[in-house]
Ligand binder design. Structure first.
Ligand SMILES: [Mn+2]
Length: 302
């Protein structure tokens, strides 16, 4: 069987896939922000840590010509241990397939948690291109390398112990994160990332992140591109590096377990990291009736 045969089989099955209609229906007529490109990664579908409702809200309020899924979209490691697939996770897959159907170019770069899809590298199915890495040309002519980023873990062997200790500590922290946010929801407070706050306090974590960003940017510099977009470490960030006197941009699109971030390219090539809980807060404030007795700046000024 050739790769082309396999593509046909998968494509046939995807189009006839009895994927349930979304439990949370796609809103009709909502205003969507239009971007040239959207990058998201580290969604970890199949785990309790995934903030599916926030991602659904993001998908329902944005649109783009191209969308990159930069790895760890589905968490195969966790699913193998324990099957967990709530309706909201189905809703996300449904929305992504729908986007492809509506004409968005979707490029899926599997990460380490969804490495089972790496065997399909080079194939397209359901309108989704599966690639090991990609090059993206921005509207203003910069060339960016796009990859998940776990390929640099080996380079950072000295930090392996952190990854090991990290896995247990990480899941414990994620459980606390869920508990904290359940309480916050009861109190009507917006989403807040416990681990994000903790990471900025732990010296080793800060050093690890800094080193990772440097290693990835150097690799991009060696490839002669203007920058790199990656995910993997669940820390959205933009940094400028230099490689032999030439600037190299480092962009990390964050994750949907802790920060709930996306990276977007505007139609003029300008790039921006979106922190979606904040965008939702801003939208709710804008939608609120004018007579809300709130301590808005105007009120305070008056
Ligand atoms: Mn990863």
């Amino acid at each position: 069987m050739t790769a082309a045969d396999l593509t046909d089989i998968i494509t046939d099955n995807i189009t006839s896939l009895p994927l349930n209609p979304p439990r949370i229906p796609e809103p009709v007529g909502t205003e969507r922000r239009s971007y040239r490109t959207i990058w998201i990664s580290d969604v970890h579908l199949g785990t309790k840590g995934c903030n599916a409702e926030l991602l659904i809200d993001f998908l329902d309020h944005t649109d783009s010509e191209t969308m990159y899924l930069v790895g760890d979209i589905i968490d195969g490691w966790r699913l193998k241990k324990k099957f967990y697939w709530p309706a909201a996770h189905n809703d996300i897959v449904w929305r992504i397939l729908k986007r492809a159907h509506r004409g968005t170019r979707i490029v899926y770069i599997p990460g380490n948690h969804d490495e089972m899809f790496r065997q399909f590298t080079g194939l397209n199915f359901g309108g989704i291109e599966i690639r090991r890495a990609a090059f993206h040309d921005t509207a203003d002519g910069r060339r960016l390398m796009v990859l998940h980023g776990d390929e640099f873990d080996a380079v950072m062997l000295s930090h392996r112990w952190l990854a090991f200790v990290g896995d247990h500590a990480y899941h414990l922290m994620m459980k606390c994160n869920i508990a904290v946010n359940t309480v916050r929801r009861w109190l009507g407070k917006p989403y807040w990332s416990l681990s994000k706050a903790a990471k900025h306090k732990v010296k080793n974590a800060v050093e690890f992140i800094g080193k990772y960003e440097e290693v990835v940017a150097r690799a991009a510099g060696e490839r002669g591109v203007d920058g790199v977009v990656c995910g993997h470490i669940h820390t959205a960030e933009f940094r400028m590096f230099e490689h032999h006197g030439k600037p190299v941009e480092y962009w990390n699109d964050g994750d949907w377990v802790e920060g709930c971030n996306a990276l977007v390219e505007h139609h003029d090539g300008r790039m921006e990291i979106l922190h979606w809980p904040e965008e939702m807060k801003r939208r709710e404030r804008a939608d609120a009736p004018m007579d809300t007795p709130a301590d808005t700046p105007e009120r305070v000024a008056a």
